[in-house]
Unconditional design. Structure first.
Length: 301
């Protein structure tokens, strides 16, 4: 039986190389939003909602009903707009249930003990491996796919899968796995599960850094990834991949927004509670990371 084909529209954030999606059921005009971006200027500490508002305006112009606003994982290179769009559009929000693991790691790094205990209340649903839910007439399957983070999930819907930071486009390879809670071996095994989907399955990535200056792209089939991905083609096995990934990761700096983004994204994109003067503040843990110091454009994945 041919899987039902959702309509997928990508929204590219030039500043971070991130891609957000509207996934719509053509039969019911119902949709989900996946991985929306909240703008953040690191130099001024200013947030903006222009890309999230573009997504909301697109949904409303097409008379779509939003059933879910979802993150695939706690992002390290941009702030999440899941909570903002959930509030604006009156839709429930969700992320993988292992978010609690990542909250525990970063509660220690930031010295924010309440981060772990309060974190689960920020989402309407935490998804486990194998969970299924509906977007209109489409069934969405949740595939636990750790490696880039300990909490990452893939949303498989019809002939499409939203694979976040596992595979990038074939000419860009795969995502890093060296953040706290990341694991290159787990990433390889998650990728193998994704590549076991039917060869015509459309895979939608979480980022594109436009290698060689080409136009941004974010869709490739399983067959294309298996044949052409620069980190996995020609039958690259687990040990070779882990060696390649770990060697490359040792050369990468932290993404420029990571220390700001995770404090927000581990609260579903909500800023820290304002202090007595009405202003929210972010903390920076000093001397906790000893990675490469020369920042690459767009976070250096």
């Amino acid at each position: 039986m041919t899987p039902r084909k959702p309509i997928v529209d990508g929204f590219y954030d030039e500043g971070t190389g991130s891609v957000a999606y509207i996934v719509a059921d053509p039969g019911t005009a119902r949709c989900a939003i996946i991985d929306p971006v909240l703008g953040f200027d690191r130099d001024s500490g200013t947030t903006d909602t222009w890309l999230a508002d573009e997504i909301a305006d697109n949904v409303q112009a097409r008379c779509l009903t939003v059933e879910w606003v979802l993150d695939t994982h706690p992002h390290a290179d941009h702030l999440s707009a899941v909570a903002y769009l959930g509030d604006r559009l009156g839709a429930p929000t969700g992320i993988g249930e292992r978010i609690a693991t990542v909250q525990g790691i970063w509660a220690d790094i930031y010295h924010l003990p309440d981060l772990q205990t309060e974190g689960r209340r920020h989402w309407d649903r935490l998804f486990a491996e194998g969970d299924r839910f509906r977007v209109g007439g489409l069934e969405v399957e949740v595939i636990f796919s750790p490696g880039h983070t300990a909490a990452s999930v893939t949303y498989h819907v019809g002939d499409a899968a939203f694979i976040h930071d596992t595979l990038f486009m074939p000419d860009a390879g795969t995502a890093r796995a060296d953040f706290p809670g990341g694991d290159a071996r787990a990433l390889y095994r998650s990728i193998q599960r994704i590549l076991a989907l039917p060869p015509e399955t459309r895979l939608f990535t979480g980022h594109d850094y436009r290698p060689g200056g080409r136009a941004a792209r974010w869709e490739a089939t399983v067959a294309e990834q298996r044949a052409r991905n620069i980190h996995l083609r020609d039958g690259v096995g687990e040990e070779e991949f882990v060696r390649l990934r770990e060697e490359r990761d040792r050369t990468l700096p932290l993404p420029g927004l990571m220390l700001a983004a995770l404090q927000v994204n581990l609260r579903n994109g909500r800023l820290p509670e304002p202090e007595a003067n009405g202003t929210s503040y972010l903390k920076l843990p000093l001397n906790r990371f000893c990675l490469a110091t020369v920042e690459r454009p767009l976070g250096g994945k």
